[in-house]
Design a protein around this ligand. Structure first.
Ligand SMILES: *Cc1c(COP(=O)(O)O)cnc(C)c1O
Length: 467
């Protein structure tokens, strides 16, 4: 059909979408947290379309029942936020307004992104010397930060990588205790190679780097440039590197400090946890996610750096029709940029500092309550202390068990059986992990909907999954 024929139906179509969203979100707490539906027969591209309303109805008939309650209260896999009411409205409006935030000068929208960055700096307690920009998630934020660090490191070796590439350079070491998988992806994308990442020893019983091990490695580099990756919120246990110690080491040895705070940066919101981030100001770059603890819809990450000139050297896009001003497209991989800041701006204005203080401290309290439940359980035991909002645990085992290969395989099978039973049960979704050689499970609390009442349900479901 002619697209223009749908124009008179626009508000009707939006009302249909609103109704669909309402019918999905209202009973979200009862929807299975995750499910494994079978896929319907694929449809061919229609010659004549069915119009906006028809497409919504067709989608709902074919796919809606297969959507998970991942934005609901008991999807605890990965680190998965939901979408606050204000953030959801902001995201809808971002699509309705459909601004391109590449250049200043043709819309106020870039001003909104800059204002949102300032709100986030204030939320995280970051100084004004951190320039920030929205990207699609923390993987991309880590990639932008590492590209900027790469430009800086190569410059110290006399090479402009953005211009001349990496071809003449020695490998640039990237050092960290527990770098997230996205760091390895980033160095692969950037041509530095996964092999440049060196895993430093961690402190005993911790997922935090041993500063002495890092000091020894930096010493051995004898002034050659290095990039240090600090975890502010390690993904299995929520452990934190000591940013004060790492910052001092980086200053002493002239290394770049990047802090991956995809979810852990939100510790800044809770006065009881903020200390975990002491030393953050010494970072050269910081990455975080909007679509985790900020609870905005997917497609939201933020990168902060104190080296805008290096960042722009990498990402500048030069063409006669593009501005040469301080436009945001010169800071990110994208040229055309979605109005990603709007859902973040909406939720920050709607709930303010106190809203996020309450959310972060509630999530930490819930994690600690689940941790207590696990400790008291006859079936499960904690694999690590609960540092923040993540609970890492495993099926309980007798002393001395698990030494032999056959026992190790058996433990994976038993753990996977629990995960499958939880999936069939539907009340709770958890993702597997391996911690310290032991197959385990992890539960991450970041969703605004999750409450104390959910802890009982989670513990019940976990008990029912054993057997
Ligand atoms: C989730 C996460 C990432 C990657 O973020 P995406 O939003 O999935 O791109 C990076 N680092 C840490 C510590 C994370 O938890």
């Amino acid at each position: 059909m002619d697209i223009r024929d749908d124009r008179p139906h626009l508000s009707n179509i939006l009302a249909t979408a609103l109704n669909a969203a309402d019918e999905f979100l209202e009973p979200l707490d009862q929807r299975p947290a995750a499910l494994r539906p079978s896929s319907p027969e694929p449809m061919a591209l229609p010659e004549e379309g069915c119009g906006g309303r028809g497409a919504i109805e067709l989608f709902r008939r074919r796919f809606e029942a297969g959507l998970s309650g991942s934005s609901g209260p008991r999807y605890l896999g990965f680190v998965t936020g939901g979408s606050t009411p204000a953030a959801l409205a902001g995201d809808w409006l971002a699509a309705a307004y459909d601004q391109n935030l590449s250049n200043d000068g043709d819309s106020i929208a870039t001003t909104v992104e800059r204002e949102t960055i300032q709100l986030l700096r204030s939320l995280f307690g970051l100084g004004d010397d951190f320039e920030g920009v929205f990207v699609s998630g923390a993987t991309q934020a880590n990639t932008v930060a590492l590209a900027t660090a790469r430009q800086w490191a190569a410059e110290r070796l006399g090479v402009d990588v953005a211009q001349d590439g990496l071809w003449t350079l020695p490998s640039i070491p990237v050092l960290g205790g527990t770098p997230h998988a996205s760091i390895l992806k980033a160095v692969s994308i950037l041509g530095m190679g996964r092999g440049c990442v060196e895993h430093m020893a961690c402190l005993p019983g911790r997922q935090a780097v041993d500063p002495q091990a890092l000091a020894a490695r930096l010493e051995a580099l004898d002034g050659a440039p290095a990039i240090v990756i600090a975890s502010a919120g390690e993904v299995n246990t929520g452990d934190f590197d000591d940013l004060v110690a790492l910052g001092e080491l980086c200053r002493r040895h002239g290394a770049w400090l990047h802090v991956d705070g995809a979810f852990g940066l939100f510790a800044a919101c809770d006065p009881d946890k903020a200390d975990l981030l002491r030393g953050l100001d010494a970072a050269d770059s910081v990455a975080t996610d909007g679509h985790k603890w900020l609870n905005v819809p997917y497609d939201s990450g933020i990168v902060f750096t104190r080296h805008l000139e290096h960042q722009e050297a990498v990402f500048k896009a030069v063409a006669a029709y593009l501005g040469a001003g301080p436009d945001l497209l010169h800071r990110t991989p994208e040229n055309s940029r979605r109005f990603r800041a709007l859902p973040a701006w909406m939720t920050l204005m709607a709930y303010g500092r106190s809203g996020y203080r309450e959310l972060v401290s509630r999530c930490c309290r819930l994690a600690s309550r689940l941790g207590d439940g696990i400790t008291a359980s006859e079936h499960y035991e904690l694999l690590a202390p609960v540092h923040l909002d993540i609970v890492c645990f495993a099926l309980r085992e007798a002393d001395g068990e698990g030494e032999r290969d056959v026992e190790r395989r058996d433990r994976v099978i038993r753990r996977d059986r629990v995960i499958n039973r939880l999936l069939d049960d539907g009340r709770v979704y958890l993702t597997p992990t391996v911690f310290d050689g032991r197959p385990g499970l992890r539960a991450a609390f970041v969703n605004w909907r999750t409450g104390d009442e959910d802890i009982e349900v989670i513990l019940e479901a976990l008990d029912a999954a054993v057997g």
